[in-house]
Write a protein that binds this ligand. Sequence first.
Ligand SMILES: NC(=O)c1ccc[n+]([C@@H]2O[C@H](COP(=O)([O-])OP(=O)(O)OC[C@H]3O[C@@H](n4cnc5c(N)ncnc54)[C@H](OP(=O)(O)O)[C@@H]3O)[C@@H](O)[C@H]2O)c1
Length: 233
Amino acid sequence: MDISKQVVLISGANRGFGKQLALELLARGAKVYAGARNPESIDLPGAIPIKLDITKPDSVKSASETAKDVTLLINNAGTSTGASLLTGSLDDIQLEFDTHVFGTLTMIRSFTPVIEKNGGGTILNILSVLSWLNVGSGGAYSTAKAAAWGMTNALRLELAPMNIKVTGLHVAFMDTDMTAGNNSPKSDPKDIAKITIDGIESDLYEIIADELSQKIQQGLAGGVSALYPQLQK
Ligand SMILES: NC(=O)c1ccc[n+]([C@@H]2O[C@H](COP(=O)([O-])OP(=O)(O)OC[C@H]3O[C@@H](n4cnc5c(N)ncnc54)[C@H](OP(=O)(O)O)[C@@H]3O)[C@@H](O)[C@H]2O)c1
């Protein structure tokens, strides 16, 4: 895919990874709609700010009516409440699913006819290594990301006949607000944005951005004992 010819809409483009994706796409010559709940928080010269809350169907509809020339949709907006499935608040657990699953699905349902009308294109869902692995806390996030991975796989098949490629990005911790309280090693979201857009340019169905994500993907074949050795004690 020639990135310089793409018209891209990114959700959650005002900060974090979404902003780095927008900067990378602008640098490669794409037209970029930068979606944000508060468009005034967008500081991206050359991008077109667009008001967008992915959990509000009217907001999504209005964005899809404005950005009628989109050919590449990037579902990046995300939350991370840290909620445990057992003891976390149900509101937090619901928010994870409203955002990563239902919000993302609402975006895809609204933008599919737009992309199809424009001759086809690509939908990129920002997933995680935690779509494949739980780390014992924050189960709500991992469960919602796993559902988003399942949704990515299902829609890849459903949208292929419409000439729409559905791609997933799997990545471990990046240094953004989302991981501010986490001391694990983190990658620079700028570097991951480059890897991601290289993957889109190469028409990949799945972008595995780092070694940990690669290792965990391979670990899936080994089942529970490979991924959760602590359970073997
Ligand atoms: N950081 C990591 O280590 C990591 C690793 C793997 C995957 N990811 C995924 O990468 C994506 C971006 O995360 P990040 O690290 O950049 O997080 P972040 O710094 O916390 O940014 C989250 C972004 O999502 C937006 N957002 C949240 N809910 C929204 C909604 N309902 N409608 C529209 N926008 C909404 C936020 O907007 P506001 O400014 O309005 O809050 C913000 O722009 C997420 O999908 C996340 O799950 C992150």
